[in-house]
Design a protein around this ligand. Structure first.
Ligand code: DSN
Length: 417
């Protein structure tokens, strides 16, 4: 019997969509910095009867009967996450990154309070204070950006704004920044102005868990992360904090923000944390960075401008303005040959967010497939060739075949059919 035999029998329409998506994931190259392939064990944990349960509340204090096993499950996920990140307290119920961040703000702030965060168009996240997002609408965000010369966060500038604005909270974290964050310096500045420290490590949680990026959890008051990016777990999030903030974080998640947790996802989080605690995960995390550096170096040698001149993590932002290309054109051209990337603003982008000047490229998913530096160099050459021949359908077709051949040598570990 094939996997998903019930789905195939009872909902052939849905099953055929699943087949198409699996084929796409297998034959195309995923270079979106925030995506990854989960293991079969993580995938199996999501498709379990844990999804049938309601368990509002916390272990030992639920608002529904029958939660003995769920208590054990949630405690297991918490214990593994604590060990992985050296956290004093962990809440594993957050449904995803933005709701987790909303809960953090709710736990520490009143509407209208001042918060300092990284600008979205300099690599921050919508939930770090953008004016179309709940964060920018409910709280009074002031923003820092990247130094135009270095493409890096300028900590003197952060300090200057913090001293001027006296925020109640300082947010450090990003969705498109390729350098190490200076957690200690953020903490020093926050202490100087009496602000809470909040780190959003969604992008680099796997690198931190693998010991190849610095961990803010022992330093900061509160840290959120999604579980599905470099950490290679299910879609979802967790919040970690100092024990003294545990109650306010837990209350902000439930009953503040959410109802019943998604227990099947908690199960998959526990599996992913277990995987990340294994020594192999350290090797994986280091290889993500090696691959990212190999890709950035090769693109630079081909004449591309990588923001900040390189990368310390799993991603890079490439400025296509000097090549006369927009991020959207590049994204579409690469999509035509079976490579997924995401368009991205560059610092002080002259173009609007829907058609910005750059692309963000990341290596977590390709690394999960087993690709290494040689493949990354080959990928850089393919990207360059596609962007130089964006109107030449014959060349694009040849490149598409090349991408397909490369992908077939490195099958996706999530493949089920
Ligand atoms: N959408 C995620 C990313 O791509 O970085 C952030 O929410």
């Amino acid at each position: 019997m094939p996997s998903y035999s019930y789905l195939q029998q009872f909902d052939p329409q849905l099953f055929s969509l699943l087949q198409k998506e699996e084929e796409r994931q297998n034959n195309e190259l995923e270079l979106i910095a925030s995506e990854n392939y989960v293991s079969r064990a993580v995938l199996e944990a999501m498709a379990t009867v844990f999804t049938n349960k309601y368990s509002e509340g916390y272990s030992g204090h639920r608002y529904y009967g029958g939660n003995q096993v769920i208590d054990e499950l949630e405690n297991l996920a918490i214990e593994r996450a604590k060990k992985l990140f050296s956290a004093e307290h962990v809440n594993v119920q957050a449904l995803s990154g933005s709701p987790a961040n909303a809960a953090v703000y709710m736990a520490f702030l009143e509407p209208g309070d001042k918060v300092l965060g990284l600008r979205l168009d300099h690599g921050g996240h919508l939930s770090h204070g953008h004016n179309v997002n709940f964060s920018g609408r409910l709280y009074n965000f002031v923003q820092y950006g990247l130094n135009p010369e270095t493409g890096r966060i300028d900590m003197d500038e952060v300090r200057k704004i913090a001293l001027q604005e006296k925020p109640k909270m300082i947010v450090a974290g990003f969705s498109a920044y390729s350098r190490e964050i200076e957690w200690e310096k953020f903490k020093e500045i926050a202490d100087e102005v009496g602000a809470f420290t909040f780190a959003d490590i969604a992008h680099i949680a796997g690198l931190i868990a693998g010991g190849v990026a610095k961990n803010p959890v022992p330093i900061f008051d509160v840290v959120s992360t999604t579980t599905h990016k470099t950490l290679r777990g299910p879609r979802g999030a967790i919040i970690m904090c100092k024990e003294k903030f545990a109650k306010q974080i837990d209350r902000a998640i439930f009953p503040g923000m959410q109802g019943g947790p998604h227990d099947h996802i908690t199960a998959a989080k526990a599996v992913a944390f277990g995987e990340a605690l294994k020594p192999e995960f350290k090797v994986y995390a280091q290889q993500i960075i090696n691959n990212s550096r190999a890709l950035a170096n090769k693109l630079s040698s081909l004449g591309y401008q990588v923001v900040s001149g390189g990368t310390d993590n799993h991603l890079m932002v490439v400025n296509l303005h000097p090549r006369g290309l927009s991020g959207k054109e590049a994204e579409q051209t690469l999509e035509n040959i079976g490579i997924s990337v995401s368009r991205s603003t560059i610092p002080n982008d002259p173009n609007p967010p829907l058609n910005p000047s750059g692309i963000r490229i990341g290596t977590p998913a390709a690394t999960t497939r087993g690709m290494k530096e040689n493949e990354m160099e080959q990928v850089a050459i393919i990207i360059d060739s596609a962007l130089n021949n964006k109107n030449n359908s014959e060349t694009l077709n040849t490149l598409k075949q090349e991408v397909r051949k490369l992908c077939q040598k490195f099958p996706s570990p999530s493949a089920t059919l």
